[in-house]
Design a protein. Structure first.
Length: 242
């Protein structure tokens, strides 16, 4: 989904700095983005954004940040009885504190320039918690609460902060999660994937392109009146009115 966001922004002419831990896949993605729009600059920085060193490297490659898209992989599923303090701290570092640190590093210069867009990729579990994703539920909900207050303080300077909440999307992470279920049940992965997709009101999984397009809109000048919001993208799976 992060790649989908980068592709959509590239299509709109945005210069990009992208970061991932795997340098080979990162460079391949950078080449794809350059091919999408030869007029933009794409800088690829290999590193772990959840570490101080990774954040410093990313920020050094982009001295003026006008758009910040926070996206780090979610923690593993499991039973809260099996998680020690280290597991909780790791989840908080990746999915709450890292986005806050990056916002802290970029929001004041955005406000001084009179433009900024911050989008945090969180999870539909913020809206409807998933029992086996307690680490994610907790960390991402903490970020959501923090953003709710800050977003009302920055919008007067044309800096918006919003969250994108993905439900089931056709990604490697979903396949990996479902692979565990397939192994436990002894059923074919393809069968379980098809069954899961059919359970969604849309009768399918979301696509990275759809997700990226929503991200690009929130990053646009046209979205300047939208801030502090949690945009749920789940194909209608959440049954509530609000």
């Amino acid at each position: 989904m992060g790649k989908g966001c980068a592709q959509a922004l590239a299509g709109e002419g945005v210069n990009l700095v992208i970061m991932a831990r795997g340098s080979e896949a990162l460079e391949a993605t950078a080449a794809e983005l350059r091919a999408l729009n030869g007029a933009i600059e794409v800088r690829a920085v290999a590193g772990d954004i959840t570490t101080p060193e990774g954040r410093a490297a990313a920020l050094a490659a982009c001295p003026q940040v006008d758009i910040l898209v926070n996206n780090a992989g979610g923690p593993p599923p499991g039973d809260f009885r099996d998680w020690d303090r280290a597991a909780w701290i790791k989840a908080l570092d990746a999915n709450m504190l890292t986005p806050i640190e990056l916002i802290k590093a970029t929001v004041d210069p955005m406000m001084a320039r009179g433009f900024g867009r911050i989008v945090n990729i969180t999870s539909a579990a913020v809206k409807a918690p998933i029992d086996i994703l307690g680490l994610s539920n907790g960390a991402r909900s903490g970020l959501t609460g923090f953003v709710a207050g800050l977003a009302r303080k920055t919008v007067s300077r044309n800096v918006t902060i919003n969250n994108l909440l993905p439900g089931p999307f056709d990604t490697d992470r979903l396949a990996a999660t479902m692979a565990g279920a397939a192994k436990a049940s002894g059923r074919p992965l393809a069968e379980l994937m098809a069954e899961r997709a059919a359970q969604n009101p849309a009768r399918r999984f979301g696509t990275a392109a759809e997700f990226g397009a929503a991200c690009a809109f929130l990053c646009s000048t046209q979205a300047g009146y939208i801030t502090g919001q949690n945009l749920l993208m789940d194909g209608g799976a959440y049954p509530g009115t609000f």
